[in-house]
Ligand binder design. Structure first.
Ligand code: FE2
Length: 484
């Protein structure tokens, strides 16, 4: 392996016993380019061509307050596959926050678990005064990568191969965009939403394949809400108004306390994709972090996602002192997300609901060519009890009801695993799931490929990475012909 290291960034973080600043969540500060990576097992397939992009959170400076794992600075990792060869590189997103803290040589903003007043400079996020660290998601749109922030923030454009930060996306509205814009590969369009503490509390927007803002419209809500993700079909964008959001009375005192509002249903807005009057549907109360897919089926719109059985979990019992509340909201065994289907009837306005799997799972992937269209297979991750760490995957056949699993060995933790279609594929599951692994037994990281048609067989290829990756949240696969 040939590794070229960049000059180090200014870092002031000191060692601590914080559970999310150690182990598989140890921040990485090094930026490298690496070639001739060592293949640990199998052969690098010649039948995929594209790049795996992974966004991770890496705290650089000593936190001003109580560190939350979503506070770290965004670092993008790219593993490019072509003709059976791979190249790796990683870079911090050069956000305005990153650069200001490099100049200041220390933290200028508090985090998600801190009061907004802790910030030394104006900030971002519906919570207020956060550093927009662009550390949550990454998508490919109009040939370039776009990285986004957990709440609402700016959009940073990056070259998907060099990972150079190209600058701020100019169509992003004043209230920012949420972490999960959605790209429809069939049309090249990107759909997004944002939310705020002031009216209008929600906006929906659409950007076309040429990166022109086509639609930006307010969506009426009774007050501030906390949506995280959206879905789409061929004709609709689907936004949500779920009954877990800030307590209005406390919010007037700038206290951001989330609670489940008894007696309120879950509400879903079906909005014509290029803008128009939303049509609302109601369903059982819950919170949903991520949707898997949506599609149209005759008079019905079908939405699949992860229904949380206990969106407001009690503090995690065996957490280190002081971390029980934060760790419960990072622990799937606490909030209990399960794969669930909502069917919205366009004729009579009713909603039918159905549980698709009783096991706890989240962070799903599908073949992106089926996004917004009928599909058969979902690939969800399984987490380590008590921890935001992925230990395996479940493949669900949503037509036959069959499922298959692959579990990593103890001490090995995966990342969100997008689907990479095989060159010339015709079958929906003809491709690979791509994941980084952080191995706490060896202190190293690698990339694995699972054959999506047979995930239960384990990796078809394992490739050593030049350094240990911090766990992080979201990832995507960019096919070569979609990169500028
Ligand atoms: Fe997310």
């Amino acid at each position: 392996m040939t590794v070229h290291r960049l000059p180090p960034v200014v870092a002031t973080l000191r060692p601590s016993n914080h559970p999310y600043l150690n182990g598989a969540w140890t921040p990485l500060h090094e930026e490298v380019d690496a070639d001739d990576l060592t293949v640990i097992e199998g052969l690098i397939p010649r039948d995929i061509d594209g790049v795996y992009l992974r966004n991770t959170e890496n705290q650089i400076h000593q936190p001003l307050g109580r560190f939350h794992p979503f506070d770290g600075d965004g670092m993008i990792h790219a593993l490019s596959f072509q003709d059976g060869r791979v190249r790796y590189r990683n870079r911090f997103v050069r956000t305005r926050g990153f650069q200001a803290e490099q100049e200041a040589k220390g933290s200028l903003w508090g985090g998600l678990a801190d009061p907004p007043a802790l910030a030394k400079r104006p900030g971002f996020g519906a919570h207020g005064s956060l550093k927009d660290s662009s550390s949550t998601d990454i998508v490919i749109h109009a040939g370039q990568a776009l990285s986004t922030f957990y709440q609402c923030g700016e959009g940073y454009r990056l070259d998907p191969m060099t990972l150079d930060t190209l600058g701020l996306e100019r169509w992003v509205p004043i209230d920012g965009i949420s972490a999960h814009p959605k790209v429809d590969e069939a049309t090249g369009e990107l759909m997004f939403f944002n939310y705020a503490k002031h009216a209008p509390y929600l906006h929906y927007g659409l950007v076309d394949a040429d990166n022109r803002l086509v639609t930006l419209q307010p969506i009426d809500l009774a007050g501030p809400r906390l949506p995280h993700d959206m879905a789409f079909t061929e004709n609709y964008a689907i936004l949500n108004d779920l009954p877990m959001f800030w307590d209005a009375a406390l919010l007037e005192r700038d206290i951001h306390a989330v609670r489940l509002h008894e007696g309120l249903p879950s509400r879903f807005a079906l909005i014509p994709r290029r803008g128009g009057v939303p049509r609302w549907f109601e369903a059982a109360p819950t919170y949903v972090l991520h949707w898997l897919n949506a599609y149209e089926d005759g008079d019905e719109v079908v939405l699949d996602g992860y229904f949380q059985e206990t969106p407001m979990p009690p503090p995690l019992a065996d957490a280190p002192p002081g971390f029980g509340h934060m760790m419960a909201y990072l622990d799937e065994r606490s909030f209990r997300p399960k794969l669930h289907r909502w069917r919205f009837n366009l004729r009579d306005g009713t909603t039918r609901e159905q549980r698709l799997d009783e096991r706890i799972m989240e962070f799903g992937a599908i073949n992106p060519r089926h996004a917004g269209r009928p599909y058969r297979y979902g690939y969800s991750t399984v987490a380590k009890p008590g921890w935001f760490l992925f230990t395996g995957w479940i493949k669900n056949d949503l037509i036959s009801g069959e499922s298959w699993t692959y579990d990593l060995a103890p001490g090995r933790y995966g990342s969100e695993a997008p689907f990479a279609p095989r060159l010339g594929a015709t079958a929906e599951d003809d491709g690979y799931l791509v994941s980084f692994i952080t191995d706490e037994n060896t202190g190293r990281s690698e990339c694995i490929l699972l054959d999506a048609a047979r995930i239960q067989d384990g990796p078809v290829c394992r490739i050593a990475l030049p350094h240990k990756i911090c766990s992080g949240t979201h990832a995507c696969w960019g096919e070569r012909d979609k990169l500028a």
